[in-house]
Design a protein around this ligand. Structure first.
Ligand code: BGC
Length: 275
């Protein structure tokens, strides 16, 4: 059962891309902290349902909603359904993302477009919808007690260490994540006066299906660990705990930041004995 004083009690959270990996871990972790979680998936209903079942089996509350975050109508429907069922929104974890890898010389426009559509335009559509909802509901519940209110809503974007580490063979992905960095900082600057907090987390190598090709191959796995000073691959839960912190009032004075959850991958590990 969820304790009655859990950190997110009474809060409604949307997690996009919650049918696998980091999104799933965020959904389950936040539900364990008392949030009512909207589990969004794009194509894999069965896996989305598994996330929701895990939440419900632990005594949590949730709702499964299909939506492709790169489609404006789908995003509108995702948020409308959330409000219809839970009546409000407190947190958006804008997580859905994918890779379609190719060398630059070989990359097709379709591969470029797909990654930008989901990873960047999808974040634009979801964040805009969340911000509109936060403003609309705060106008309705205007608190006239005179006390300094905390934020009226929180957004956490899923970025990547590749918002700062260039990545040959993955330029569509790196461009999308680099884009998220300035998108996030710009909307944070614009939304802070409304008392909406916007921040990102940038995971390094986290053991999920997105990089299975690397961690399931012993040689490649060894090479990967050399890029991580802390010498272990991350878990989706490592990221979920950071997301929960950025989404809760403990981080109320944190705006427009990117938190790297990467075991030190961004510390230029190859310089440890060189340079
Ligand atoms: C990518 C993974 C990769 C990691 C570190 C992530 O953003 O999705 O495939 O292992 O960055 O390079």
């Amino acid at each position: 059962m969820i304790p009655t004083d859990a950190k997110f009690n009474g809060q409604v959270v949307i997690v996009t891309g919650a049918s696998s990996g980091i999104g799933r871990a965020c959904a389950i972790h936040l539900a364990g902290l008392g949030a009512k979680v909207v589990v969004n998936y794009s194509t894999n209903q069965e896996e989305g349902q598994k996330t929701l079942d895990t939440i419900k089996n632990s005594g949590g509350a949730g709702l499964l909603v299909q939506a492709d975050v790169s489609k404006e109508d789908d995003v509108a429907r995702l948020f409308a359904r959330t409000i219809e069922v839970f009546g409000r929104l407190d947190v958006l974890v804008s997580n859905a993302g994918l890779q379609q890898d190719a060398t630059f010389l070989e990359m097709t426009l379709a591969q470029w477009q797909k990654v930008i559509d989901v990873n960047l335009t999808g974040q634009f559509l979801c964040c805009r919808q969340a911000a509109r909802q936060f403003v609309a509901q705060s106008k309705k519940n205007n608190d006239s007690s005179g006390s300094q209110p905390l934020s009226i809503g929180k957004i956490v974007l899923m970025s990547s260490v590749h918002d700062v580490i260039p990545w040959a063979g993955h330029v569509n992905y790196a461009a999308s994540k680099g884009g998220i960095m300035m998108f996030m900082r710009s909307i944070s600057q614009e939304l802070a006066p409304y008392k909406i907090r916007v921040n990102s987390v940038s995971p390094g190598a986290i053991k999920t299906s997105i990089n299975k090709e690397v961690w399931s191959d012993p040689e490649k796995y060894k090479g990967l660990l050399e890029l991580i000073p802390y010498r272990r691959i991350g878990t989706p839960e490592d990221v979920a705990k950071a997301v929960a912190w950025l989404a809760c009032d403990d981080s109320d004075y944190v705006n427009g930041e990117t938190l790297y959850i990467d075991g030190g991958m961004t510390l230029y590990p190859e310089f440890a004995d060189n340079g």
